[in-house]
Design a protein around this ligand. Structure first.
Ligand code: GTP
Ligand code: MG
Length: 201
């Protein structure tokens, strides 16, 4: 793993795009259903236990959380979608914020879509996939919590998801991942290094 990722630091939480850090350098956003494991994945990939948990206080879940890797690179923990108990007004605000972030953020160079392996390809996941196809934004899928299934079942699920995506002609990459078991990390880093233009060391 490139040691660069270990230095990541929390920058700020934004409730709207105008509060985000300056739009420069390169940024990779983590998207996915609420509870899918986005924040855990960021912690696992930066080898820090509580980096993304900073924002994990109730009521702050609708924020864009920015983490700086170095001066030119950032991770963004996007607010989770599909949380049933959220009132309609909050859902609308979420839509607006996501839309403006995805459309306007020039630094955005790739999306990591985090899906619980037991609940892949939700309606919102599909929207995100279609959106990335439409805008030609690179997308990499983590089928996380793979520790919840045995290896054979996890592999089968991956092939199933791959097949569905190929039927859509979606040019995305996907892999198994587990924050609990710390598995799949090297594969994600390979993708991130490429998106961030980080030289191998
Ligand atoms: N077994 C297992 N549990 C995981 C894994 N990743 C995350 N979890 C658990 O799943 C729950 C949700 O994880 P988070 O990382 O907070 O999920 P999130 O997508 O950031 O959720 P929101 O911030 O609400 O959108 C927590 O209880 C985690 O401990 C994993 O790889 N394996
Ligand atoms: Mg989170």
């Amino acid at each position: 793993m490139n040691p660069l990722y270990h230095q990541s630091q929390f920058v700020l939480s934004a409730s709207k795009l105008s509060e985000a850090p300056t739009d420069q350098g390169k940024e990779v956003a983590f998207a996915g259903r609420s509870n899918a494991g986005k924040s855990s994945a960021i912690n696992t990939l930066t080898r820090q236990n509580s980096l993304a948990r900073i924002s994990k206080t109730p009521g702050r879940t609708q924020l864009l959380n920015f983490f700086q890797i170095d001066e030119q690179r950032m991770f963004v923990d996007l607010p989770g979608y599909g949380y049933a108990k959220v009132p309609l007004a909050v859902k609308k605000k979420w839509h607006q914020m996501m839309e403006s972030y995805l459309h306007k953020r020039d630094a955005l160079c790739g999306i990591v879509l985090v899906m619980d392996i037991r609940h892949p390809l939700t309606e919102f996941d599909m929207q995100m996939i279609e959106w990335c196809e439409h805008t030609q934004l690179p997308l990499h899928i983590l089928l996380t919590k793979s520790d919840k299934l045995n290896y054979g079942a996890a592999k089968n699920m991956m092939f199933k998801v791959q097949k569905e995506l190929s039927e859509l002609n979606a040019s995305v990459t996907l892999q198994l991942f587990s924050s609990l078991k710390k598995s799949g990390i090297d594969d994600v880093h390979e993708i991130l290094d490429h998106w961030f233009e980080i030289e191998e060391n």
